[in-house]
Design a protein around this ligand. Structure first.
Ligand code: NAG
Ligand code: NAG
Ligand code: NAG
Ligand code: NAG
Ligand code: NAG
Ligand code: NAG
Ligand code: NAG
Length: 417
């Protein structure tokens, strides 16, 4: 009887082992196990954040490193992209958020909460494609942002129903005409990341030979008749300029100009409206909340966007032609350039780790959100640096600002045993 019991127990064990998810097995079988279980298994130096498959796949099967050596499934990641992928030494990882603001915020929130990782020294590089303003850059450009602006967080009228004296159907929240500063602040309007790190990333990326396509060369030439679109007619290059986030994939000269105005308004004139994407504010909000609890270092975030399509038509072209039908030729070079420029940034960080990057790059600009959550005074938003904290609180009449920050501790019975 006892022997049979033992046999049954062995069989059950074997069955459980066979049922282990492949991903979990690859963690346990890796040398990373030697670091011991009970504390975080991975302390990556660089995490690459992609938004969808084409952006992710450029990092797989490359000669420099094998980022598919370890797969870690993290609860809360997208059902389409359930794993964080890492190199065998755990130094470089990559994950895919899924597209648009909701996917980005949910994935990054889940990632930073995972007990598998210690992100205290990690550099995060958001590395995706984006639309582009031909006044600032062109198809295939590689841009690095200082500001991320949630431009469509506004009231909106269909243009056919808007007051006749409005220039756009978008009106900032709490305001009554376009261009007025919003009085209802949600806190995700603008994020500012480390400019010194941004400029180092620009320098690394500048050593890359960028990709281009014949179709993109031809399409760019159409923008030449408009003097203001000069940048759009040039060859791809590395450009420091800012990113607008909107779930709505908009296109056309008027919406682009309206959101350029919003970027100017929300960054108090310092943001350069340049690329348009659907995630960055959302990812940055999740990183910021994690930084409040010291799970990530907000000064170690890079926002790289390579540009796949113009946000507006060339002179004489219909907006719908530009969005739906024209062969802009920018998608393939933009995808290639994520890797070509991004690998230089990754290598720069890894090679300079001991000397420079492990210690961190001290920012000289304000970093964080419109609330000043991480300390310091934003150089944008409704508060000027001469306002005292109490004046900002009492006179701004904005329900926000420096709420008491503390780590909440709650003791609960476990839900499952
Ligand atoms: C990790 O997942 C990818 C597919 O997402 C697969 O190609 C690769 O073989 C996996 N690696 C391991 C170690 O299982
Ligand atoms: C995370 O890594 C940092 C830097 O190596 C270390 O000081 C810290 O103790 C680690 N934290 C945990 C919880 O492992
Ligand atoms: C982030 O959100 C803010 C506020 O909604 C907005 O102003 C900013 O443009 C957004 N940035 C991105 C990259 O979406
Ligand atoms: C449009 O007209 C309304 C009503 O006359 C006025 O209150 C508002 O300030 C005007 N807005 C702009 C943008 O001129
Ligand atoms: C861009 O990449 C494609 C695909 O790898 C390649 O065929 C083409 O020659 C490259 N062009 C340039 C200008 O690098
Ligand atoms: C953007 O702002 C400029 C300057 O205030 C204004 O002339 C223009 O009409 C605005 N554009 C849109 C689309 O709102
Ligand atoms: C930004 O602009 C708003 C509206 O014009 C103004 O109230 C605020 O003081 C400015 N903030 C800074 C930091 O300059």
């Amino acid at each position: 009887m006892r022997f049979l019991g033992l046999l049954l127990a062995c069989a059950a064990l074997l069955q459980a082992a066979a049922a282990w998810p492949q991903n979990l097995r690859s963690i346990y079988h890796s040398e990373v196990l030697e670091r011991g279980y009970g504390k975080a298994l991975f302390s990556p130096k660089v995490v690459i954040v992609s938004m969808f498959s084409p952006e992710a796949e450029v990092w797989y099967d490359i000669p420099e490193f094998d980022v598919l050596a370890i797969n870690i499934s993290v609860p809360g990641l997208s059902m389409l992209y359930p794993d964080v992928h890492c190199t065998a030494d755990g130094e470089i990882c990559q994950l895919t958020t899924g597209e648009s603001e909701i996917n980005a915020a949910t994935t990054i929130s889940s990632l930073v909460a995972s007990p598998y990782f210690n992100f205290s020294q990690t550099y995060f590089m958001i590395a995706g494609i984006a639309g582009v303003n031909p006044e600032v850059a062109t198809l295939g450009s590689v841009t690095f942002a200082k500001y991320a602006v949630q431009v469509a967080l506004q009231y909106e009228f269909d243009a056919r129903e808007m007051p006749t004296n409005f220039t756009t159907g978008y009106v900032p929240l709490g305001a009554t005409t376009p261009g007025q500063y919003p009085t209802s602040i949600y806190g995700t309007e603008v994020f500012e990341v480390n400019e010194v790190l941004r400029d180092l990333a620009v320098a690394f990326a500048n050593t890359a030979d960028l990709n281009d396509s014949a179709a993109a060369v031809a399409y760019r030439a159409n923008y030449a008749p408009a003097l203001s679109y000069l940048a759009g007619t040039k060859e791809p290059s590395v450009v420091p300029c800012d990113v607008a986030t909107s779930d709505v994939y908009y296109s056309g000269a008027l919406l682009s100009e309206a959101f350029e105005n919003t970027t100017t308004l929300l960054t108090n004139g310092s943001g350069i409206y340049c690329t348009t994407a659907q995630e960055d504010n959302a990812s940055l909000e999740a990183f910021l909340r994690a930084a409040m609890h010291k799970r990530v270092d907000f000064s170690r975030i890079i926002v790289m966007r390579t540009t796949s399509d113009f946000d507006r038509p060339y002179p004489g072209e219909a907006a719908s032609e530009n969005l739906f039908w024209a062969d802009q030729g920018g998608f393939e070079p933009a995808i290639q350039n994520i890797y070509l420029a991004g690998i230089k940034v990754v290598e720069g960080i890894i090679e300079g780790w001991e000397e420079t990057f492990s210690k961190g790059i001290t920012p000289t600009n304000y970093i964080g959100d419109i609330f000043g959550t991480l300390g310091g005074t934003p150089d944008f938003g409704p508060y000027s640096s001469s306002d005292s904290l109490s004046r900002r609180d009492t006179e701004a009449k904005i329900p926000m600002r420096r709420r008491v920050r503390r780590d909440v501790s709650v003791t609960m019975k476990p839900l499952l045993r």
